[in-house]
Design a protein around this ligand. Structure first.
Ligand code: AMP
Ligand code: MG
Length: 288
């Protein structure tokens, strides 16, 4: 049995436990499991707070470096998943741990008239994180090979080349200093039904309910195929996909916290040095 990491509480690091592989089969995924983590909800929620604080400290370093360094460093979290997978909650409960001024958030819905007149990556490029920021995409350029593919919004000859184009786009991004953390969030058809039913029972959730979501449930197998193709064709060394089971929200939030911590730690950032003479400033301050 793998030995539990006393700091993170994980038996297998999240980066390994949920990383997409050539064997990942979307249609066979169990979405009610907690890969790499054997603790229960209570432990998971406690760790989320602890690790959220670690995430916040790392984010502050990224932000500080963004202010003082010429080099571009940023982290882009891509959240992609069917309705009710918990993308909004991920933003609130994971990204909610960090200083909002360090977050560039963008969500992508049905393209506006203006967006339709441009290349599908146009609105994506405009929303990329600035230097020192954590960018969060609630849906992303992947909609252009998911919903677009499922509903034939453009012919196959048009969406087919997008996989390679997206890989190149992400490669360029990574080479220019943006670490990309891609998270595919999966709930089961039953869990989605329960979450949609809850939205119909609670006045505070009506705003999240969209009758179109029920229509989309009829396309579940097609979506599974499209997600499979996305994982198969766009999980790269420089920007791998993570496949996160989301029936248990506490698990998915903890997993994504760990993925972000890993991405930030790999940047290996220090605190920016003072760009003034410390002794002189101490003296000036004392004399002031
Ligand atoms: P929500 O995230 O619940 O606000 O829903 C946004 C909707 O916009 C979803 O149904 C997406 O499938 C849809 N959407 C996002 N991007 C695109 C796109 N490029 N083309 C068509 N529909 C899209
Ligand atoms: Mg929705």
């Amino acid at each position: 049995m793998a030995k539990k990491n006393s700091r993170t509480g994980w038996e297998i690091p999240a980066t390994e436990a949920v990383r997409a592989s050539a064997d990942t089969r979307v249609a066979d995924l169990d979405t009610n499991v907690t890969p790499g983590f054997e603790g229960d909800k209570e432990l998971g929620e406690r760790l989320l707070e602890e690790r959220g604080a670690d995430l916040s400290a790392l984010q502050e370093k990224l932000f500080a470096n963004g202010r003082s360094s010429e080099e571009h460093r940023s982290v882009l979290l891509v959240l992609q998943g069917m309705d009710t997978a918990g993308k909004g909650g991920m933003v609130r409960h994971v990204i909610g741990h960090v200083d909002p001024q360090g977050v560039d958030h963008a969500s992508f819905g049905v393209p506006t008239e203006e967006e339709k007149r441009h290349h599908y990556l146009w609105r994506i490029r405009k929303a990329l994180p600035r230097k020192g920021q954590i960018g969060v995409f609630d849906r992303s350029h992947y909609e252009d090979v998911l919903v677009v593919r499922v509903h034939d919004l453009v012919p196959p000859a048009e969406w087919e080349p997008r996989y390679d184009e997206i890989n190149q786009f992400e490669k360029d991004l990574v080479e220019s200093g943006t670490s990309i953390v891609k998270v595919a969030m999966f709930v089961s058809l039953d869990e989605q039904k329960a979450r949609l039913a809850e939205r119909l029972e609670r006045p505070d959730k009506y705003w999240k309910y969209n009758p179109g979501d029920v229509t989309e449930r009829g396309y579940w197998p097609q979506y599974q195929q499209a997600y499979q193709a996305m994982l198969d064709r766009t999980s790269t060394e420089y920007a791998p996909w993570h496949v996160v089971p989301c029936d248990r929200k506490w698990y998915s939030r903890l997993a994504v916290t760990e993925l972000l911590i890993d991405a930030l730690e790999r940047l290996d950032l220090g605190w920016p040095p003072a760009d003034f003479d410390i002794e002189t400033e101490k003296r000036r301050l004392a004399e002031s």
